[in-house]
Design a protein around this ligand. Sequence first.
Ligand code: ADP
Ligand code: MG
Length: 359
Amino acid sequence: MHVGFIYNIATDELLRERPEMTLRDSDSPETIKVVTQALEAGGHRVTGYNADQKLPAILAQKPFDIAFNIATGVYGESRQTHVPAMLDYLQIPHTGPGVLAEALCHHKPQEKMVFVGNGVPTAPFQLFLRGDELLKPDLQFPLICKLTSEGASMGLDYDSVVHDEAALRKKVAFLLEVYQQGVLVEQYLDGREFTVGVLGHSPAYALPVGELHFGGPLRIRLDEMELDQFEQLKQALGRPDLEMSHMESETRAPADLPPETAARIQQIAVDAFNALGCKDWARVDLRMDSAGQIYVLEVNCGPGIAPDYALPKLAYAAGWSFEQLVNTILNHAIERYPHLSGKDQANRYQHYLGSLTTG
Ligand SMILES: Nc1ncnc2c1ncn2[C@@H]1O[C@H](COP(=O)(O)OP(=O)(O)O)[C@@H](O)[C@H]1O
Ligand SMILES: [Mg+2]
């Protein structure tokens, strides 16, 4: 099959324009290379595309059979939905869900409302849009302040966990001002943290559970960018003096858990994936409170897929290779498109045809 591999590259222009978001969102040349090689190892012809503003005109020519999409989009609200929206509009098959699930996964308060409505456990929370809203009485310190619409720990720092009202107001005001988006204030969960890869659709299934191990002063995950991207950032900003902070968390899999606890975590992860309408692949972040109750933090649909990132590590724990993971994701997408999978869907309309021809 001819696979169009769609990703985001950190161009110098974007790095100057909005360095933090560009670095968190973009894919390194190394990741692009290894995913391309993995798809080729699966027997496919692969053409790569940067999801820039030239992409719509290229897609309109329908240049390939199916897209392997890891692009996050560039501008505007719910930017992660833009590439899937274009693909659906042009009837081009692609990995991952359509607009609705992508949009929900990238807006944590709406995502959590879906969890609440579907009985998926998630921590109590409140959305702050102005900063002077009264704190809901069911929230008790410590709380954690997060951005509503960014991933990769953007906006998180050591002062994100707040222990009193003054610290809360200060952090919320800072996030509102700097990032110009709502702030999600959530109950701080003081227990172990897990991450679970979920693959497929009807039914979706879970890879082994991974656990995050923390080395820093606070047990929260703060992200680090890749080395070559950091060098690019220093150049684009003209700041050779910048130093990179060190990674203080690491995912190890499989997690050391009793089998029934691991199975429960996997089931909750699959429930979260299904509640949002995810497809083919995602990575679900979960955390325990101090009593060992499990809560979903978020679902990452289209998670980072560099070979040393969390999702591939979960696949390795299942005995899979990187190539196997990448091609499994692609194959799950192919299965959903009858003209690619060869699975005849005529049966689906049988009852309708029957009602037309009888009588
Ligand atoms: N309610 C919470 N309690 C404790 N730690 C949290 C909580 N929410 C987030 N964190 C920490 O912050 C990290 C990032 O939060 P997350 O909701 O996964 O956002 P993202 O990964 O999209 O930035 C988590 O991996 C976890 O370490
Ligand atoms: Mg996360």
